[in-house]
Design a binder for this molecule. Structure first.
Ligand code: SF4
Length: 364
């Protein structure tokens, strides 16, 4: 649908990104990595809501020890080690089985240190993400461009990529993140034609749950609709589980991926005769676990209601004190208002288990 840039395929553990692979969803733990139990619990919670790649900081020796234990306990999702400055942390994380490392070769220090990290990654067959961030751009680029600019972000990424390429390393993922959306978009426009590698996209330091979700969605939608982005992270000052929920909603609303329920609900108006907000929220909350693609229409009246409800797999169109239940375009029942949420939930649960039964049969 969107003319996606064809990037080289890179494997992060069992997950391939780039090429025609699905655009993946990432997050980062915000527990102390040394606190193994808390970090493993958070990784599990992220995985359970749909996280596909998780990043963990390895910022000191205690974190490196924690990372080794975490790696041992977590075999269900690829883990990326996030490294700044200390190449020993990178070597330690690679040694114990990191699936990818995120570094900037430019801030690792001497050529020998970068070469040691590259050799270890080659040896284990794991990729490196060059992760450029507007907040930590090299001083010479800040001086040359008069502060953080699109040109500086792209130049930094290209410089770091070239360092790896001169060491005959091309198992690379690239990200350029700034908190300024237009700057991020232009940086991607400059860089993306110059490199074949997959792009990890994100708007960094986007903000709190509400504003950060909107800001990230605005920036990432602009990139994705230009065909840019192979894996993404929505960065929020919130529980990282919220990042995954927002990312899934974003990809689903752009029709890039389907994850489960898509709820079409009207904004309500003076015509509405039922408590539609309560019904829509209750249905969304009670069916958050559904993973098959079902479109549900929850409409407040008979003006647009029947039309939308007929387009959806299932839906209700409400009137005074009751609603019509539609399934596959047909009215199947008239339901009193106090039973609307329960009926929709029960019908969708039934559709979900029928789908699971069919998949089981098809497997034989
Ligand atoms: Fe109002 Fe009906 Fe439109 Fe809902 S569907 S906003 S109740 S006119």
């Amino acid at each position: 649908m969107y003319n996606r840039r064809k990037a080289k395929v890179v494997k992060i553990g069992g997950v391939a990104i780039g090429g025609d692979n699905p655009i993946t969803i990432e997050s980062m733990t915000n527990t102390k990595t040394a606190d193994v139990a808390a970090t493993v619990a958070q990784i599990r919670a992220l995985y359970d809501v749909g996280c596909e790649i998780v990043r963990v900081t390895v910022n000191d020796k205690a974190a490196a020890r924690g990372f080794a234990e975490i790696r041992h306990k977590v075999d269900f999702i690829p883990i990326v080690a996030d490294i700044h400055f200390d190449y020993n942390m990178a070597l330690a994380a690679i040694e114990v089985g990191a699936d990818k490392i995120r570094i900037n070769p430019g801030n690792i220090g001497s050529q020998e240190k970068v070469a040691a990290v590259v050799a270890a990654c080659k040896n284990r067959g794991i990729p490196i993400r060059v992760g450029v961030n507007g907040g930590s751009l090299e001083q010479d680029l800040l001086d040359a461009h008069g502060g953080v600019t699109s040109e500086g972000l792209a130049e930094s990424a290209l410089r770091n990529v070239r360092i790896l390429e001169t060491m005959d390393f091309d198992n690379i993922v690239v990200s350029m993140k700034a908190t300024n959306i237009p700057m991020t978009l232009i940086a991607h426009k400059i860089l993306s034609p110059q490199i074949p590698y997959p792009l990890h996209i994100g708007i960094t330091e986007a903000g709190t749950l509400y504003s950060g979700t909107i800001k990230s969605a605005a920036g990432l939608a602009a990139l994705l609709t230009q065909g840019l982005g192979d894996t993404l992270r929505i960065s929020l000052t919130a529980d990282p589980v919220e990042e995954i929920k927002a990312a899934k909603e974003l990809l689903q609303s752009l029709k890039i991926r389907r994850f489960g329920l898509e709820i079409i609900s009207c904004p309500t108006c003076g015509r509405t005769e039922v408590d539609l907000e309560r019904i829509a929220n209750e249905v969304a909350d009670r069916l958050a676990h559904i993973t098959i693609p079902i479109t549900v229409a929850i409409m407040g009246c008979v003006v647009n209601g029947p039309g939308e409800a007929k387009e959806a797999d299932i839906g209700i169109s409400c009137g005074k004190g009751a609603g019509l239940l539609f399934k596959k375009g047909e009215v199947i029942a008239r339901i009193p208002e106090d039973k609307l949420a329960d009926t929709l939930v029960a019908e969708i649960e039934k559709m979900s288990s029928e789908h699971a039964d069919k998949e089981d049969k098809d497997a034989f």
